[in-house]
Design a protein around this ligand. Structure first.
Ligand code: GDP
Length: 196
């Protein structure tokens, strides 16, 4: 799988702003600042495609990227930023659940992005619960792998598996936007999700 063309199509806050779609959609979920924008840019070989924010928690919209004219990568709002009000936290969770409900027939799969350095948050666990509830096939990506050394990596992967209750035999893709580690694994997982 190679990404030959990646187009930013829409930034949507409500369903009427979603693009029309008969195409499969792959969803990216992760706490704010985990590296979702960097993930999109790395796999699409396009440093300018997704805005890499210096201010976490500012992107509350759902961003749709059309890939190779064939499927969407849908970047859901980053959640769990500590400094936002309860009201804003409600807004992102509502926005994510509304998306999942209204596009469930289009969703071919989801990727949960987790910072390899940190314990998954309650929000990460809640999102994984929702994905299971809606029956969305889910892959896991451990982000910022360059921040740990080899022995720490395995230890942290085990911790994430345990905390998230990731089923035995499910691989976690080790990823770094800095070194591009895991780029091919991510593209392969995308291909598999699309082939269902
Ligand atoms: P988003 O809020 O999830 O979209 O996160 P961004 O892609 O904007 O990244 C947040 C910050 O983490 C930025 O400063 C990035 O440069 C940094 N970052 C993202 N991916 C990596 C990575 O793989 N390794 C390192 N070291 N930093 C990263």
């Amino acid at each position: 799988m190679e990404i030959k063309k990646a187009e930013f199509i829409a930034s949507a806050a409500i369903p009427s702003q979603y693009p029309e779609s008969g195409m499969p959609e792959l969803v990216l979920l992760g706490r704010s600042n985990v590296g979702k924008s960097s993930f999109v840019n790395t796999i699409a070989n396009n440093r300018k495609l997704a805005f890499i924010g210096s201010k976490p928690g500012k992107t509350r919209t759902i961003n749709f990227y059309l890939i190779n004219g064939r499927f969407y990568i849908v970047d859901l709002p980053g959640y769990g930023y500590a400094k936002v009000s309860m009201q804003e936290k409600d807004r992102w969770s509502e926005s994510i659940e509304t998306y999942l409900k209204s596009r469930i027939d289009n969703i071919a799969g989801a990727f949960m992005l987790l910072d390899i350095r940190h314990k998954p948050s309650e929000y990460d666990k809640l999102m994984w619960q929702w994905l299971r509830y809606y029956g969305v096939s889910t892959g896991f990506v451990a982000m910022k792998a360059d921040k740990l050394n080899k022995s720490e990596v395995q230890e942290h992967l085990d911790m994430i598996k345990k905390e998230m209750e990731i089923p035995q035999g499910t691989d976690i893709i080790l990823f770094s936007a800095l070194t591009k580690q895991g780029k091919n694994d991510a593209l392969m997982a995308i291909k598999e999700a699309l082939e269902g």
